[in-house]
Design a protein around this ligand. Structure first.
Ligand SMILES: Nc1ncnc2c1ncn2[C@@H]1O[C@H](COP(=O)(O)OP(=O)(O)O)[C@@H](O)[C@H]1O
Ligand SMILES: [Mg+2]
Length: 426
């Protein structure tokens, strides 16, 4: 029976996401257990107690400790002192009946985006969402729609990059029968379909210049003309646009109209890439592992420690979508337990490929990341060994290593290590 390894998650302990993941693992352990023996019950109880302690500590400390210690432990600048912790900000959104549409995560930048979405949703102001591919731009558009007064009206999605130039105008605005070869009937366009609702213009950076001119006109006049028709039709569609391109750069290059950019980006939301919110990877792994198990009608796949460690460090150029696809792939290809060999060849660490040198860094990891990971590993190993030697007494370890005790605590927290787990069981 697979039980979570208390403190086994780098950096996740004492974070909201880390705790949730542990709870999820316990839940799935229980859900899939056919029979639980006494020793496992004892173990689950101990884990439940640890979790309770952590939740208590978190609620006490989160307000002031988290931002500071994160900054110091990771060598990054501490977050600007916010009045509320991320957990409290999420709670506050929940309390205000915010509809998350399945968006989760506690990263401050993500919460910034959700809070902007909350304020923008009830207005009809256009919103521009940018971020790399797979960071949740489309999900954010749905969040904005779901939290506004148009929630029960149509939500229409158009991928501007996927429509051939010649069909674009007809796709967006419709056409009159006989307007061009192949126009056998009158046809409604996406804008008309989105009347009273929301239209999501995905990959807006791909919209060719003539289309941009027409879109600008619609934004100004709130009316459209079907191709081949003189009649103007009033449309009331709220616009959310998304792009993974840097539109300002496109403006400089002359391929995107500046006036359209300002029209679309009255509210501008940027979604952070997953590599900037790595603390949320454990939670996403647990979530998509369960989702894939349900979809594939199997038990959630177990991960070998080295695969888990790879997944925690990988840079995810395809962001959350890539992580989700990876979990589906692993759940489909692996038996009970997935290992590095189940990863797609192009991202598999070279060590896992036949004939490669052991210890070579994984593809997709930069030199700096590889260095940091190796140094983190060494630090963690050392801390574990130290704690074992002193039977989990932090004060003793601090004395032996001639270290400041609170600095040692910060390091333990960074690695999700709990001194309790190293105490000899009586
Ligand atoms: N914060 C998040 N929480 C949970 N799932 C997310 C989150 N952001 C994105 N996803 C999921 O990741 C996948 C890609 O999101 P999507 O909105 O299509 O990204 P984009 O439009 O930026 O390429 C979807 O399956 C989506 O549900
Ligand atoms: Mg998308």
């Amino acid at each position: 029976m697979k039980l979570f390894n208390p403190g086994g998650e780098r950096g996740s302990a004492m974070s909201y996401a880390g705790l949730l993941e542990k709870i999820e693992i316990m839940r799935s352990t229980l859900r899939w257990a056919t029979r639980i023996e006494r020793p496992d019950i004892e173990k689950l109880l101990r884990q439940a107690n640890t979790l309770r302690d952590e939740v208590m500590q978190l609620s006490h400390k989160e307000r002031f400790v988290q931002a500071v210690s994160k900054g110091t432990a990771d060598g990054e600048a501490a977050e600007a002192p916010a009045e509320l912790s991320t957990g409290e900000r999420r709670q506050a959104l929940l309390a205000r009946s915010f509809v998350f549409e399945g968006t989760f995560g506690d990263n401050p930048k993500l919460l910034d985006a959700l809070e902007i979405a909350e304020k923008a949703a009830p207005t009809d102001l256009p919103v521009l969402v940018d971020g790399e591919s797979g960071t949740g731009k489309e999900l954010m558009a749905k969040v904005i729609h779901a939290n506004g007064s148009r929630a029960d009206k149509p939500y229409i999605s158009v991928n501007c990059g996927a429509i051939p130039d010649s069909l674009l105008e007809s796709e967006l605005f419709g056409h009159k029968k006989g307007a061009f070869t192949g126009a056998a009937n009158d046809r409604k366009g996406k804008f008309e379909s989105a009347h009273k609702g929301t239209i999501f213009l995905d990959e807006i950076g791909e919209l060719p210049l003539p289309g941009q001119v027409k879109l600008l006109r619609v934004l100004q006049s709130h009316e459209i003309q079907r191709v081949g028709s003189d009649e103007t039709i009033a449309v009331d569609a709220r616009i959310v646009a998304a792009t993974n391109k840097n539109l300002r750069k496109l403006i400089e290059q002359g391929s995107f109209r500046e006036d359209l950019f300002y029209r679309l980006s009255v509210i501008h939301v940027t979604l952070p890439p997953l590599r900037d919110r790595k603390d949320e990877i454990p939670l996403l792994i647990a979530y998509y592992g369960d989702e894939a198990a349900e979809a594939l009608k199997r038990r959630p796949v177990a991960l070998t420690p080295r695969l888990r460690s790879f997944l925690l460090r990988y840079s995810y150029p395809g962001n959350i979508r890539e992580l989700r696809n990876l979990l589906y792939r692993l759940s489909c290809l692996a038996g009970e337990t997935a290992d590095l060999a189940h990863l797609p060849e192009d991202i598999r660490p070279t060590a896992a490929r036949p004939g490669a040198a052991p210890g070579a860094p994984a593809a997709g990891i930069s030199l700096a990341e590889a260095k940091r990971a190796a140094s983190d590993d060494a630090e963690r190993d050392c801390l574990e060994r130290g704690l074992q030697e002193v039977g989990g007494t932090v004060a003793e370890l601090a004395r032996r290593w001639d270290m400041n005790r609170s600095h040692l605590q910060i390091l333990l927290k960074k690695h999700g290590l709990h001194s309790k787990d190293f105490r000899k069981e009586s």
